[in-house]
Design a protein around this ligand. Structure first.
Ligand code: CA2
Length: 144
């Protein structure tokens, strides 16, 4: 089986515990289980990770180039700020990165409208809650 990295950024460890009105009631562990179930029929094993540290996410993008066929990335708030993540993705092109967000970042505060990931991603899925992760896996599988 091929492996897809699914990388999650800061504060996503709190999913299901705070702000269910914005992010829903599912925990990250529930999303991981959904991804594993969705990946299997697509021929994708899932390596699912979360960190609150930008450098971890940068390291994992580089690691994915050796170990994975692509990345599903919810970079959390680093989406809007991280030139380092942008550069890491660019440095590992053409490794496909599918950007995902639980919320519709374009319907929220102006500072969330800009993504540093979008210019180096295959595409972005946002606003569909946890379903976005499984849609992203389908998009990745179709791309491969
Ligand atoms: O909608 C998304 O998936 C986001 O990537 C989530 C980030 C936010 O900064 C992005 O603009 C959009 C925030 C994740 C924080 O998750 C929390 C979960 C529970 C309680 C508080 C925050």
């Amino acid at each position: 089986m091929k492996t897809a990295f699914i990388l999650n950024g800061p504060n996503l460890n709190a999913l299901g515990k705070r702000e269910p009105g914005i992010y829903g009631g599912n925990t990250l562990a529930m999303i991981e289980a959904d991804c594993a179930a969705a990946g299997a029929p697509l021929g994708l094993a899932i390596d699912f990770r979360q960190s609150n540290h930008e450098g971890d996410l940068v390291d994992w993008v580089h690691e994915a180039a050796d170990k994975a066929v692509g990345i599903v990335l919810n970079a959390g708030a680093y989406t809007h700020t991280s030139i380092a993540l942008h550069d890491a993705i660019r440095a590992n092109a053409p490794l496909p990165v599918i950007e995902v967000h639980l919320s519709n970042i374009h319907a929220r505060e102006a500072f969330r409208h800009k993504s540093m990931i979008a210019p180096v991603a295959v595409g972005m899925i946002c606003g569909f809650g946890p379903l976005g992760y499984t849609l992203a896996l389908q998009a990745l599988a179709a791309r491969l």
